[in-house]
Design a binder for this molecule. Structure first.
Ligand code: FAD
Ligand code: FES
Length: 389
């Protein structure tokens, strides 16, 4: 039987054909509006945006907020908790880092990002020491899934922040307070190393006093002698002490890798289901050679040869992410999260071996066919790569 005859017998087929004929004659069909939809979406969420630094605000001894306006008058809308991946050129090296937007989404005139200095950090120190009001930078549109969705996550939320990991939360808290979203209940547990270097301390305390649906617990691990308050880390015991009925809440966890791994284990001790824990890890591990599974025979100063199909070979340090080594040799690949989560940098490893720390999200099929995430992969032999450019 011919295909035409088979289709004729399918219920509703004749009506659809008739509808297509009417659209062809009198109106526009989907094919003609497809380009327009794409145009609207890429207008709202362009791949690149161009920012101008309009203000620098001192937040604490180690931290500043950088306020950016748009160079061409439009900042894409975002959800509180999302980040920008900002590109910079430092000493001839083009690189980038993700930074959460700390201003609330209801503030549409600018984006704030708040950066804490990382010891020997390449980009954080550049921002804090070199950037001046008026400087222009290129960035991604806002990205990331670390935002609140009341339908899936409910409205009873516990935010666990470590150090600079407070930034996505301050955006969510500011939004909640500014818009008086009274159905949302937020409990913030904020872990800091020092009580003299707490980001947003005054503003958070004022909001907790004013807004009855928001409460705040500070925990300091290395306090000065005059500090009065909770001392230590964010442990299961502490969470149980301050959060009523933890298993009924949705937890959000954000901070540097060490704090993140520690707190995740503490939440597991409380039998919080993994689906009730939303996470954002702030970058790669501080020292990859101390991560579980790192091969004992490879030292942090060991160097391997990287050959990239169609490009020059270069040497890469075992303890430096492959992404950073690629950038140092002048090769830039697509990038967003720089922490192994978003998959944008996935690259084919043709030969050799790399080390991925725990938590890097690589699809099963990617593992099978030898794809890696260079932003959180470290060479442990000579390797050969094929880039998707
Ligand atoms: C989604 C996302 C959002 C982020 N938002 C913010 C933000 O709002 N504010 C902010 O200050 N940072 C934020 N970060 C971290 C930021 O992207 C950089 O990792 C950080 O600024 C350090 O970069 P660097 O170039 O100075 O250090 P690098 O030169 O990359 O690293 C130097 C050394 O420090 C270690 N290191 C890297 N990052 C950290 C860290 N965060 N803490 C401790 N050690 C580290 C590295 O492993 C390395 O050993 C975010 C990261 C992610 C993934
Ligand atoms: S940039 Fe997101 S996984 Fe590498």
């Amino acid at each position: 039987m011919a295909l035409k005859d088979v289709l004729k017998d399918i219920e509703g087929y004749a009506e659809i054909v008739n509808e297509i004929e009417i659209l062809k004659k009198y109106g526009s069909d989907y094919a003609s509006s497809k380009g327009n939809v794409e145009k609207i979406i890429s207008g709202l969420h362009p791949k690149k945006i161009y920012l101008k630094l309009s203000d620098i605000i001192e937040e604490s001894t180690s931290t500043r907020t950088f306020r950016f306006t748009s160079k061409n008058g439009f900042l894409p809308p975002f959800q509180a908790g999302q980040y920008l991946n900002i590109s910079v050129d430092i000493d001839g090296i083009r690189t980038s880092r993700p930074y959460s937007i700390s201003s609330p989404p209801n503030q549409t005139g600018y984006y704030d990002i708040t950066i804490r200095r990382v010891m020997d950090g390449f980009v954080s120190n550049y921002f804090l020491d070199e950037l001046k009001v008026g400087d222009e930078l290129e960035s991604s549109s806002p990205h990331g899934n670390f935002h609140h969705n009341p339908i899936f996550h409910g409205n009873d939320l516990v935010f666990i922040a470590g150090g600079s990991g407070i930034t996505p939360f301050i955006s969510m808290i500011r939004e909640t307070v500014d818009l008086n979203l009274s159905s949302r209940h937020i409990q913030l547990i904020y872990g800091c190393r020092s009580n003299t270097d707490i980001i947003f301390q005054n503003e958070i305390s004022v909001m907790a006093n004013k807004f009855c649906n928001f409460s705040y617990t500070l925990v300091v691990s290395d306090p000065s002698p005059d500090y009065i308050g909770k001392i230590g880390f964010i442990t299961a015991d502490l969470i149980q002490e301050v959060v009523e009925n933890p298993s009924s809440k949705t937890f959000y966890l954000c901070g540097p890798e060490k704090m993140y791994s520690f707190c995740l284990k503490e939440l597991e001790k409380l039998d919080i289901r993994r689906s009730k824990i939303r996470t954002e890890v702030y970058g790669p591990p501080r020292n990859i050679t101390t991560e579980p599974g790192w091969p004992d025979e490879i030292g942090s100063e060991d160097v391997f040869s990287v050959s990239v199909k169609g490009k020059n070979n270069f040497k890469a340090k075992a303890s430096e992410s492959l992404m950073m080594s690629l950038e140092k040799s002048g090769i830039n690949i697509p990038v967003l999260c720089r922490s192994g989560e978003c998959s944008l940098c996935r690259t084919k490893l043709i030969s050799g071996r790399v080390f991925h720390p725990e938590g890097v999200r690589i699809r099963k099929s990617d593992r099978k066919f030898g794809y890696i995430h260079p932003c959180n992969a470290y060479p442990i032999t000579d390797i050969e790569l094929l880039l998707q450019m």
